[in-house]
Design a binder for this molecule. Sequence first.
Ligand SMILES: Cc1ncc(COP(=O)(O)O)c(C=O)c1O
Length: 378
Amino acid sequence: MNIATQAAQIGLEWDTRTGAVTVPIYQTATFRHPGLGQSTGYDYSRSGNPTRQALEEGIARLDGAARGFAYSSGMAAITSLLLLFKQGDHIIVTEDLYGGTYRLFEKIFAQYGLSFTYVDTSDTAAVAAAIRPETKALFVESLTNPLLKVADIAALSQLCRKHGLLHIVDNTFLTPYLLRPLDLGADIAIYSASKYLAGHNDTVCGLVTVKDPQLAEQVYFHQNSAGAVLGPQDSWLTIRGMKTLSVRLDRQQENAKRIAEWLETHPKVKKVHYPGLESHPGHATLEREARGFGAMIAFEVTEPALVEQLLLKTRLISFAESLGGVETLITFPEVQTHADIDPEIRARLGINNVLLRLSVGIEDVEDLIADLAQAFEQ
Ligand SMILES: Cc1ncc(COP(=O)(O)O)c(C=O)c1O
């Protein structure tokens, strides 16, 4: 079944007693037992809650996974997954990844004896060269944050299989609607569902999908043991958002392409990073592996003073962190989302004082372009 159909119908058949079309919010911590040694299937909401389960089954279906898991944030999801590793394990990671993930790896998990090597995962040969005897996993962002580099998920999965590595894909920027990492051979997909999946900048949520049922059991054990689960109200909000994922993303991508093309011709723009442009180095990979290019754009302006001008003078477009919602947002990665990355690494990657990131929303594209145009002119 098409993902648009599956997403629209999440939770639809949950309440057979009343026939409610949306899954109820089971706002309960605990569940009555019908008898000694008996359970309804639910005992305590950290271990399982029906609203959360509807969301977990929904994301598992969208990704073609054995199981899905919902956490209180994207970072909680990544933290829980890292519990799969032990002291001495080495993980290869995308070099221009979300700053919060870098902070979690370097400032927290490095203390517990995990080590990380950061490479350009759009270069499969560079990933192969970084593999060591103690390497246990590859953690890639399918479309990187903020430079929108594209990883060849199928080629990387093959490499992982050959070397016995777990392949984890942070697919936040594309979502299962545009790319299904598990179909391409990855073992685990993770999502900051705070972004496109929930889609309305009104909730923070993390989702994980796992292909192998045995590995999924382990992930469940950690989810229940560490306990950073998503509450029933936020599970319901995330389901509500996911139902319109396909229509939102179709519109957002259409808008993003127009804006990227417009920015490319603007005299005060030096460079545009958008994989939907044929000039982008990852364009062909996404054409092969995905059904779209997403709605994130990074662009470099010709001088640093233009950064503050654009951030403060745009009227419709909000200066705010985060991405993927229906409203268009603009951010300055060097001092916001990527502030925790080593300045030397930032400089090498090109996360600099003229780079801005746009998360394109569903507004009318002519209004968005007019807003950028007037901000450039002030
Ligand atoms: C690619 C990516 N992964 C993970 C996260 C973390 O997710 P959350 O903010 O839901 O904890 C983010 C947040 O911006 C992100 O952009």
